[in-house]
Write a protein that binds this ligand. Structure first.
Ligand SMILES: O=c1[nH]c(=O)c2[nH]c(=O)[nH]c2[nH]1
Length: 295
């Protein structure tokens, strides 16, 4: 029996590279901290079906390329999007490679005490990038994950559909908290990546803080609208946001009043609210997202 090989891809996952910029002896050092995954597709049928590896660029070479490009790619290394684009362009030059996907997680570091070479890992969030390339073109999806935000009021939830299993009490004042995962697809690749990322981050945190909320769903649409207002290159933004429930603890058995002051922070189960906000109905960037990451 002869079977058919379906879609296949391979590469090196999670090359963790930290690049220090220290070439100017008079300037403070900078650094970037990236976890890079490379996935190649193309003419690799023989590697699977006959065992002939002549077309296989080794995953070891993929790793070496990431490490060497962390120096060779110069200023492009400073932003994960431009680093991903440089890597994608390189791998597409390998004749048997027709498609490439580069995923980068970027861990932010902040300078410590204005010291020129000491840093504190900034654990607020992880920045993410997916670059895809093929004959059809190159696309960049930027993102972030693990951005945990909370507001102690200006959040209501009521008027919801009721069935016989509905026990949740409506509320007009509650804590709302979530760990934002967001990915946004750019139109084109001629973008000031760092500036654009800062605009999106500021739009997400700013609208979460400022917008009055009637549900996490409502807040997602507000955050998405703020992103599209702030960042001209962004065609659409996708959110995946766990509702980090904070339940008001009943202190009445102890004769203690609890006016939304004492909460039980439940870790699971959690509501998971996901939505795309896009500029127009006909935008469809689905193929630009990493299927392993995008919902
Ligand atoms: O913002 C919310 N959206 C929901 O869909 C939901 N469902 C639920 O039980 N609590 C909440 N909160």
């Amino acid at each position: 029996m002869s079977y058919v090989l379906g879609h296949n891809q391979y590469g090196k996952a999670e090359v963790h590279v930290v690049r220090v910029f220290r070439d100017n002896p008079d300037a403070p050092h900078d650094l970037v901290d990236y976890n890079v995954s490379v996935s190649l597709s193309g003419d690799f049928t023989d590697a699977h079906k006959t065992g002939d590896q002549a077309n296989v660029l080794t995953t070891d070479a993929c790793k070496n390329t990431v490490n060497s490009y962390a120096k060779e790619a110069g200023e492009a290394v400073r932003e994960p999007e431009s680093f991903g684009l440089a890597l994608a362009e390189h791998f597409l030059e390998v004749p048997q490679v027709s498609g490439v996907r580069i995923n980068i997680e970027a861990f932010p570091w902040a300078r410590s005490h204005d010291n020129p070479h000491a840093f504190v890992k900034n654990g607020d969030y992880v920045r993410t990038v997916t670059v895809t390339g093929s004959d059809a073109g190159t696309s960049v999806v930027s993102g972030l994950k693990e951005l945990t935000v909370l507001k102690t009021t200006d959040s209501e939830f009521h008027g919801f559909y009721q069935d016989k299993y509905t026990t949740l009490q409506p509320t007009d004042d509650r804590i709302m908290a979530t760990a934002v995962t967001a990915q946004w697809a750019h139109e084109g690749t001629d973008v000031e990546w760092g500036k654009s990322f800062d605009q999106v981050l500021d739009a997400i945190t700013g609208s979460f803080a400022a917008a009055y909320s009637y549900a996490l769903q409502h807040t997602l649409f507000d955050m998405g609208s703020a992103v599209l207002d702030a960042a001209p290159s962004v065609a659409e933004v996708r959110f995946s946001c766990p509702n980090k429930h904070h339940f008001v603890v009943d202190l009445s058995p102890f004769g203690v009043e609890n006016n939304c002051e004492v909460h039980y922070a439940a870790d699971r189960p959690y509501g998971l609210i996901e939505a795309t906000v896009k500029r127009t109905e006909d935008v469809d960037k689905t193929s630009a997202y990493d299927p392993g990451q995008a919902w």
